[in-house]
Every structure is written in structure tokens, then in C-alpha cells.
Design a protein around this ligand. Structure first.
Ligand code: SF4
Ligand code: SF4
Length: 434
């Protein structure tokens, strides 16, 4: 398990970021943090992996520590996972320790996690590496430990289903095929991928599993979360409704986790700017470029049901188009009210209207055998991978089908045995051999 084998296997951040792991591991730090602080409501895939593959995860984490030169390792996990913590305690020793966290949202965001576990503040626009920390997700270190090309993904299927589960699925499997194996309890439903807070409302269930998707949450079509995502799909809607209804109460800012960490993010200023101007010409509050997109302001904080995140992201896009993301102010310090304004996950789930669903996702042995997979060439941060296979070529599971291109990219491999049916600029289609 060298950095070269991590690169060869196409390992990327499996928590959602998709940053190529071999690049992240080239930095030297003093502290490695295992991100087991899963915080998206109803998603349990990291919990399931940690429970089922404890030894592999610890082996992968120790490898991360060795490669990054970290002299201490911290396992960041919510204290509600008592059984996993007891299991881990039996298997770890100095210099690895467990940091037991409260059950709040957000928790797994890297900047939040570094502060919660070390007390160090990642300054606006910087990475945890800048203050001697590296953060790796549970599934990423599992992939490092198994030392094979990444061709499968763990994800939780939850919400309006008979039994929520975590499954291991070949990359490229269409969501529709995956959901056909699950008993869904309503006819008219929608699917939000990768979590209710930071995920995406899927319009088209022919979309496929990638290296970064963490779950599928099935909800009735008239559910609050579905309606919020539908209402604010277009920037024009965010702006029109902001102009009509924002009363500048600032709740969105006062509860913003980045603002409370001292970062210069103020979503209420983004709302004010779109109320009085056009996003292309609007005067911007440059600190809004450091929004982490957690969606707390839109789905939880705003009493008027508006979209402060959408307005903030319009500003962020405008700023990034015109200059580099760089903070030129003084080093930031934590807001004195930070500890009193954390959002408990249970309260968030009440606000989202999902407390009636089973909040579990045990790993099942369910075998998903797609007839065809569509493997995206861009499942990671950076440049798309470049195909190395031809039409009608036979491939076997784990074969390289697209190689990393440029300085930031990742290799991509076949997730099933079969024949190449199509190669285009976005994806490679493999027809299964049986
Ligand atoms: S967006 Fe909502 S929370 Fe923010 S200032 Fe306007 S009304 Fe208040
Ligand atoms: S999405 Fe909203 S709450 Fe989250 S960091 Fe951005 S502005 Fe703050």
C-alpha cells in the first residue's frame, strides 16, 4: 500500500469530495483524523463499514498516518455509536485516540471536524493541511486497506422504504436498477442522492452510482425536502423569492456554522444584495466565497422558507469567476456563541420531516448484478480520466478502462466483466457478460 498503489487503484475521497487520495497523501502533517462523524440524516454507510470492517479501516488509517508522517491519529466519531466505540477501544492504542462527538449537524465537514477534534481553526480558503492535519473518510481508508481498484461503492438506501439498508454496489449501476431491489412504500416518490442536506434531487433515475455517492433517500413527491429542492432549482427562483420575502432577520447568518467558526460568511448579505441588484453586477460580500454549502441556512434556519444558500452560492460563483479564493483579512477566531448554537441532528430531522423513518442502515449481503454499467469519466475533482479501451473490447472486473489525465485526476476501472458497448466523452458503457 504505497502512494503509487493508491494512485493506481484510483482511490478518491469517498465521503463526497472526490479529491484524489494519492495527491492528498503527498503532504506531511502531524495529525491524521479519521472522519467517522457521518452527519447527513438517514445515511449510515460509514457506520456500517466501520462495524463490519473494523480491522480493514484501522489498517487503512494506520497507513494514512505512516504515509503522511502523522504522529497522532484521531478517530472522530459520534458518541451515540457506543457499540462501535467499545469495539474500537479494544483495538487501538497510543498514538491513536477516539474523539467522541455530540450528535450535531454539520459534523463531518473537514473544517468543522478539525476544530472539534484538535481546537485548531482552518483559516478561510485554506485546507486542513495548512495547520498540520489530514482528514480521511472511513470508506476511503477502507479502500486503501483492501488495496484493489475502486470498482464498488457503499451506499445507504433510506427514507420511504420498508427496510433501510447499506449495500455495496458496482460503480456505474443505474439508480433505477438499484431501487428495483428495494421495497418502496409509496408510488409517487422522488429520490435525493448523497443526503438530504448536501445532496441532489434526482430528476432522472437512469443516473448511476459513482465513487462519491453516499446514499439514496426516497421521499414522497410532496415531502418538504422535495418541495424545497424543486422550488429553488433555478437561480431566478432564488432571486425572485428573496426579493419578495426576505426580512433580513439574519437567522441564516447567526446559525451558519462557518460564521460561528469565525469565517466571514454572511448569507443575509447575499440575500440583501440580490434584493437590490442583479447577481452579475451585484456588490458582493467577498467572505461569502467561503460558504461550505452545508444548506443549514436554507433547510433549517430561515423562518421564511427562502434560499439563502442559493443566494450565497450565486455570490460565491461570481467571486470565483473574477478572482482566486483567498482571505486577506486578519486570522479568524471562533464566535463566542458557537457552542450554544449547534444544531442537534434530531432537531434537524424534525425540521426536515423525516423522524418517522427508521434511522438505521445495516450492511446487507444483497448482491446487485447490473446487466449494464455506465462508468463516468469524471467521478473526482480535477480532469476527467481518458479512456484506454475500444468499442467491443472484452474487459474483466478491475481492468483499467480510463487513465488519470493531468496533474489532478484519477484512474477508473471496470466494475463488471463484459464488453465495451460505448465510449464517449462522458462515460464508458460496459454490457455484462452473463
Ligand atoms: S434569508 Fe431568511 S433567515 Fe436569512 S435574513 Fe432573510 S428571512 Fe432571515
Ligand atoms: S450553506 Fe448557508 S449555513 Fe452553510 S456555510 Fe453556506 S451560508 Fe453558511
Amino acid at each position: 500500500m504505497s502512494i503509487a498503489s493508491i494512485e493506481k487503484n484510483g482511490i478518491v475521497g469517498a465521503g463526497g469530495a472526490g479529491f484524489p487520495t494519492h495527491i492528498k497523501l503527498q503532504s506531511q502533517v502531524d495529525t491524521a483524523i479519521l472522519n467517522a462523524a457521518e452527519c447527513e440524516p438517514l445515511i449510515h454507510k460509514d457506520e456500517a463499514i466501520l462495524l463490519q470492517y473494523t480491522d480493514e479501516v484501522l489498517r487503512g488509517f494506520k497507513k494514512v498516518m505512516a504515509l503522511s508522517g502523522a504522529s497522532q491519529g484521531i478517530i472522530a466519531i459520534k458518541k451515540k455509536h457506543v457499540h462501535i466505540i467499545e469495539l474500537l477501544k479494544k483495538k487501538i492504542s497510543d498514538p491513536i485516540r477516539i474523539e467522541q462527538m455530540g450528535d450535531f449537524y454539520p459534523a463531518g465537514d473537514e473544517v468543522t471536524l478539525v476544530y472539534a477534534t484538535t481546537g485548531r481553526i482552518v483559516q478561510p480558503g485554506e485546507l486542513p493541511l495548512s495547520i498540520g492535519c489530514i482528514v480521511q473518510n472511513v470508506e476511503t481508508v477502507y479502500n486503501i486497506a483492501v488495496d484493489q481498484p475502486v470498482v464498488e461503492k457503499f451506499l445507504t438506501i433510506a427514507g420511504e422504504v420498508e427496510n433501510p439498508v447499506t449495500v455495496k454496489v458496482p460503480i456505474g449501476t443505474p439508480y433505477s436498477e438499484l431501487l428495483s431491489q428495494i421495497r418502496i412504500m409509496t408510488r409517487n416518490y422522488r429520490v435525493i442522492s448523497s443526503g438530504l442536506m448536501m445532496g441532489k434531487l434526482e430528476k432522472d433515475l437512469s443516473q448511476v452510482v459513482t465513487k462519491t455517492v453516499s446514499g439514496l433517500v426516497v421521499l414522497p413527491a410532496d415531502h418538504y425536502c422535495v418541495q424545497m429542492y424543486e422550488r429553488f432549482q433555478k437561480p431566478q427562483d432564488t432571486i425572485r423569492i428573496a426579493k419578495a420575502a426576505c426580512d433580513q432577520c439574519s437567522y441564516c447568518t447567526e446559525l451558519c456554522p462557518r460564521y460561528l467558526l469565525g469565517h466571514p460568511v454572511r448569507p443575509e448579505t447575499a440575500m440583501r444584495n440580490v434584493m437590490f441588484s442583479q447577481p452579475e453586477t451585484t456588490p458582493v460580500h467577498s467572505g461569502n466565497a467561503f460558504c461550505c454549502e452545508c444548506n443549514l441556512c436554507t433547510l433549517y434556519s430561515c423562518p421564511e422558507g427562502l434560499d439563502p444558500r442559493g443566494s450565497t452560492l450565486l455570490e460565491k460563483a461570481f467571486i470565483l469567476k473574477n478572482r482566486e479564493l483567498q482571505w486577506e483579512g486578519l486570522p479568524v477566531t471562533v464566535h463566542p456563541m458557537k457552542d450554544y448554537r449547534k444544531v442537534p441532528t434530531q432537531k434537524l430531522m424534525q425540521r426536515l420531516g423525516v423522524t418517522q423513518y427508521h434511522d438505521t442502515g445495516p450492511l446487507t449481503e444483497m448482491e446487485i448484478k447490473p446487466r449494464q454499467v455506465r462508468i463516468s469519466l469524471k467521478q473526482h475533482v480535477g480532469s476527467p480520466a481518458s479512456p484506454v479501451v475500444q468499442l467491443n473490447q472484452s474487459v474483466q472486473k478491475y481492468d483499467l478502462v480510463a487513465k488519470a489525465e493531468g496533474s489532478i485526476s484519477a484512474n477508473i476501472h471496470a466494475s463488471i466483466d463484459g464488453q465495451i458497448k460505448e465510449v464517449n466523452q462522458n462515460e464508458i458503457i460496459i454490457q455484462g457478460s452473463s
